[in-house]
Design a protein around this ligand. Structure first.
Ligand SMILES: [Zn+2]
Length: 237
């Protein structure tokens, strides 16, 4: 069975990473973005199985600014975003930025959530490991919500995502990944609204969930839109 059909059980539509980035590139080209006048930024997990998406984005857009943290959380904040916002070429008086922000989840050939294989390792592995660890903690009934200075990013994941989870509810890994996608998008948008000057810059927000399939990676698209001269346009992906 093609993987897209297996993934349909959990995600209404999926594209290969290459098709997804191509579709976003083509849609953004209609709105004046291209690889000469724009820079991309990425916010994806540190996991090496997620990096193929950065490679595809580099191939289409050139080297991308990197906002990434564990689980693809947007912890780069105002300082990180402000740094990126001084890097794009200026064409026709405008700068252009394309933000790709996606957490990830593995699905194996049998449709098991969270399960992947890693080259040279026997047995199953888990992705996203950071979200899985947090999910296991919640399921155990005990979550450490202090800032552990020896585990900064994981501490921030717990603190940030607990704001989105009703007290006492334990989401499974799929639900937690969807909650994470919405939190990453919200954090990026809040920061964009504070940092980006829409008089000077056009930008696009491309979100979704990266799916680590048994043969390659796929993407389920969530919000994908551009803001050009202050006007928001949804991308048809
Ligand atoms: Zn991960």
């Amino acid at each position: 069975m093609p993987f897209e059909n297996i993934a349909k059980k959990y995600f209404d539509r999926t594209y290969t990473e290459i098709d997804f980035v191509k579709k976003t590139y083509e849609a953004l080209k209609q709105l004046g973005f291209n690889d000469d006048n724009s820079i991309a930024a990425t916010c994806i997990c540190r996991d090496e199985i997620s990096q193929s998406l950065r490679s595809v984005i580099k191939h289409m857009w050139g080297e991308a600014f990197n906002f990434s943290s564990l689980a693809g959380m947007f912890f780069a904040g105002k300082t990180g975003l402000a740094a990126a916002m001084h890097h794009a070429p200026i064409e026709g008086g405008k700068e252009r930025y394309v933000f790709y922000a996606l957490p990830h989840i593995a699905i194996d050939a049998e449709g098991h959530i969270g399960i992947c294989r890693r080259t040279g390792r026997e047995g199953a592995s888990v992705a996203c490991g950071a979200l899985n660890a947090f999910q296991k903690e919640m399921a155990s009934g005990k979550v450490n919500i202090t800032m552990d200075n020896e585990d900064v990013e994981q501490s921030l994941i717990r603190m940030r995502l607990l704001r989105e989870i009703p007290y006492g509810h334990v989401p499974d890994l799929l639900e937690l990944t969807k909650i994470t996608q919405a939190a990453i998008q919200a954090d990026l948008e809040i920061t964009i609204n504070k940092v980006v000057n829409i008089g000077k810059s056009n930008y696009a927000v491309i979100t979704g969930i990266q799916i680590n399939g048994p043969d390659s990676n796929y993407v389920w698209p969530a919000a994908c839109y551009a803001v050009v001269n202050g006007v928001k346009t949804e991308l048809k992906i």
